[in-house]
Write a new protein. Structure first.
Length: 375
């Protein structure tokens, strides 16, 4: 298969290249990246741009069954275990309803072009099983890393540990689980209360590999996290939705620290990681960080860092990689005419402009969802 595009982000450096022809073998591997003259019988065209599939590095798929519930409530009333609204609602839902809600979230993520989701599942190993059942037929297309928390049958069917806060569990038990599990992630400093209780220090001491939120971290905290080689994931729109402050992404950039981004709870956010990056971009501009380079840092969070935090090879457009591509309408979005390509891709690669999604040798025309071809 050949893919023609007027512009693309190529390789792990996300280099901007124009007038491309990408040849994909029958095995779905990118064989060559050349110029237009190599394209004979192709998909796409001069008006399209080609980009990798982004990672959405923190979601809770389970609450997709109750979108926009409890919009007047605060964070603790909504999600605190065991009496928060979310957990009370989970108890009222039959298992199969939870599975179908998760599946809808995964399909939405697939249609929105995501290449990877890191999913925090509630309900122990049973919650992880619901994720595995919900992802049937999607496995080769949308990679889902399912992180569970202690509960019934944990850690069966879980790819690792993902918890609400290190303060919520017995630290000795956590220490053992972290050693046993391939991945270990926790929310940290999401609100002032947990930060005051020194949840960051506990998380670092216990040895978690990835910290999510970091909303109330200070600059020295971020440096400490980086020195320990721990990953950071920011979820700005979730923090704003819950009336908290904006996470310190500017300080992470100032310190040269890599980070990933996530949309957090499906109940209050679509898995639209471009929108999330746009919100981050607006905040960074308000802090005086204004350049195409800032947009590139945010694109790296989506295309590169999100994959690396779970030890996966980023799905960059490189010879020898499996084709994991999105073809975006570069004309109606204005991207092809822009002088600041990274900013244009970040701000304008919206769902409505995605034309095709390519996973290996599989092509999805995003406008014709009857061709979903999921088994
Ligand atoms: Zn979360």
């Amino acid at each position: 298969m050949e893919v023609k595009a007027g512009l693309g982000l190529i390789g792990e450096e996300l280099e901007v290249k124009r007038k491309l022809c990408i040849t994909i073998g029958k095995d779905g591997i990118i064989e060559s990246i050349g110029g237009y003259n190599e394209c004979k019988n192709y998909l796409g065209g001069e008006g399209l741009i080609v980009i990798p599939q982004p990672a959405n590095s923190h979601v809770h798929s389970g609450d997709n069954s109750f979108p926009e519930y409890g919009i007047s409530e605060g964070l603790h009333e909504l999600v605190a275990y065991p009496n928060g609204l979310k957990h009370r609602l989970f108890k009222t839902l039959p298992y199969q309803k939870i599975v179908s809600g998760i599946r809808e979230f995964y399909i939405t993520s697939y249609l929105m072009g995501m290449g990877l989701l890191i999913d925090f599942r509630e309900g122990g190993g049973v919650g992880c099983l619901a994720s595995k059942e919900a992802s049937r037929g999607l496995e080769d297309k949308l990679k889902i890393v399912t992180l569970g928390r202690p509960g019934p049958n944990f850690p069966e069917n879980c790819d690792g540990l993902g918890i609400s806060a290190p303060l919520d569990y017995d630290p000795d038990m956590l220490k053992v689980l972290i050693k046993q599990q391939r991945y270990s992630q926790t929310h940290v400093a999401e609100d002032m209360e947990n930060r005051r209780k020194r949840d960051l220090e506990l998380a670092i001491e216990l040895g978690f590999d990835t910290l999510v939120h970091g909303t109330y971290l200070e600059e020295q905290d971020i440096v400490k996290i980086s020195d320990k080689g721990v990953n950071l994931v920011f979820c700005p729109s979730s923090n704003l939705w819950h009336g908290l402050r904006f996470p310190p992404i500017d300080l992470a950039i100032k310190q040269g620290i890599t980070f990933a981004l996530g949309t957090d709870n499906a109940a209050w956010s679509l898995p639209d990681i471009y929108r999330e990056a746009n919100i981050a971009l607006l905040y960074l501009r308000s802090k005086g960080l204004r350049s195409d380079e800032i947009a590139k840092i945010l694109l790296r969070a989506l295309f590169i860092n999100g994959y690396k935090i779970v030890d996966m090879t980023p799905s960059t457009i490189s010879e020898g990689n499996k084709a994991k591509l999105l073809l975006i309408d570069g004309e109606n979005s204005g991207i092809l005419r822009s002088l600041n390509t990274y900013s244009a891709i970040l701000k304008r690669s919206q769902f409505g402009f995605i034309r095709y999604r390519i996973d290996g040798a599989d092509v999805l025309d995003v406008k014709i969802t009857k061709d979903l071809n999921l088994h």
